[in-house]
Design a protein around this ligand. Structure first.
Ligand code: CMC
Length: 378
């Protein structure tokens, strides 16, 4: 094996076909089943986007009504899942809670080993409906609060916020949350989706594949970046009384120190997009609406300052995690809860890929070039 044959990090390697989404770095576009993601974010509910990802087409009115009723009927936190969460330390990472919850849901599922198309789709829909209660309860228990039961007069996004905060969110907040869910839903062969496909390729079950995907999503080079962005903002320091110019100056100084220490600035850069992430303008517009809603204009000095400094120093653009992190912060989520919200969104993409992998499976098993000691005698 020559060094050129080794594609470290599988960079640039095309491993399979997918019909779920198309990323085009040249035109800076992301299509879910052919539809531009920004168009879906402008007008479709997260429930509609989930059905699009699973079925390949947007739902008819009656399909949507049927799924909406199903989703609302399957939102309650399962007592077995709550009991398992209660065994975990209140200060463990919430991604560990999410990972454990999906594992427990799988272990308790009567159809866990049934991999027929119908069973897989049903399990995907159930997980989609059940997961928000896990995030909401975990956020609450960290604050010493009890479960808030779901409300079936609210849609997915509004109910997620209701179960988390125990009060109805303003329509513009619900909308910004919906936008983030649509944008986070799917992104071709990213690390966590690929993990889910690797696990599925061994003919393992759907909940094992999602559990593994959550482990991959946790890392700061992937989903954990939205949390890391907020840690950066906190480290730079959010000062309500400061001018935008001063905040931008401090952001730039912080970045210079970080780059000098060879640190990655979280929320910037992307393996596929090299000229900007197509999802950012839509999410940034949602963040702007939240800044306006909460009257937190001081966030913009830091946001714009760091973005401009990264562009100037390295020509590196923000990715979706950059505007998403501060948006969730303004809504009132603890920083550690940001990536579990990403799980709730990406369950749709992961399960669509699991079903696609299952439909045309080949065991994913690459080769390695050995560079250890030559054969030797004991
Ligand atoms: N901060 C500072 N330098 C960076 C960054 C960054 N965020 N991203 C890339 N670079 C530099 C990197 O140091 C390297 O420079 P040089 O050639 O001088 O050594 C060059 O850009 C190429 O970077 P790379 O790490 O080899 O590129 P990659 O394709 O392997 O990395 C990435 C992609 C996302 C892992 C990387 O950009 C990164 O670590 N970003 C920060 C973490 C982050 O925001 N992740 C979220 C990704 S998007 C959402 C998601 O998938 O969850």
């Amino acid at each position: 094996t020559s060094t050129e044959d080794i594609k470290k990090g599988l960079a640039g390697v095309v491993v399979d076909y997918t019909a779920v989404s198309k990323v085009n770095p040249e035109t800076n576009s992301l299509l879910y089943r052919g539809y531009p993601v920004q168009d879906l974010a402008a007008s479709k509910s997260f429930e509609e986007v989930a059905l699009l990802l699973w079925n390949g087409e947007l739902p008819s009115q009656s399909e949507l009504i049927e799924f909406t009723a199903f989703e609302r009927a399957n939102r309650t936190l399962d007592p077995a899942v709550k009991a398992a969460i209660d065994l975990l330390p209140a200060d463990c990472h919430p991604m560990d809670v999410g990972r454990t919850a999906v594992s427990v849901i799988g272990a308790n599922h009567s159809q866990s080993e049934n991999s027929s198309v119908e069973a897989e789709l049903l399990k995907s829909k159930e997980l989609f409906a059940a997961f928000p209660a896990v995030v909401a309860y975990d956020q609450r228990r960290r604050r010493g609060l009890d479960v808030v039961p779901p409300r079936d007069d609210l849609d997915y996004a509004a109910n997620f916020l209701w179960m988390t905060f125990g009060e109805e969110a303003a329509p513009e907040v619900v909308d910004a949350f919906r936008v983030s869910m649509v944008l986070y839903a799917e992104h071709s062969f990213n690390a966590s989706t690929f993990t889910a496909r690797v696990i599925t390729s061994t003919l393992s079950d759907l909940h094992s594949a999602v559990t593994g995907a959550i482990g991959a999503l946790k890392g700061p080079l992937h989903g954990g970046a939205n949390e890391a962005v907020m840690h950066t903002f906190t480290e730079i320091g959010i000062d309500k009384d400061e001018s935008r110019e001063d905040a931008a100056k401090r952001a730039k100084a912080w970045m210079e120190e970080a780059l000098a220490a060879k640190k990655k600035v979280m929320g910037f850069g992307h393996r596929v997009y090299k000229h900007g992430d197509s999802r950012v303008p839509t999410m940034k517009a949602a963040l702007d609406r939240m800044i306006e809603h909460y009257g937190r204009h001081e966030m913009l000095g830091l946001y714009d300052g760091l973005e401009a400094a990264m562009d100037e120093a390295k020509s590196i653009k923000p990715n979706l995690d950059y505007p998403a992190g501060p948006t969730y912060h303004l809504m009132g989520f603890d920083t550690e809860m940001f990536t579990p919200i990403f799980i709730a969104a990406r369950i749709t993409g992961w399960t669509a890929h699991i079903m696609e992998q299952r439909a045309s499976n080949a065991l994913i098993r690459p080769l390695s070039a050995y560079n250890g000691p030559e054969q030797r005698a004991l």
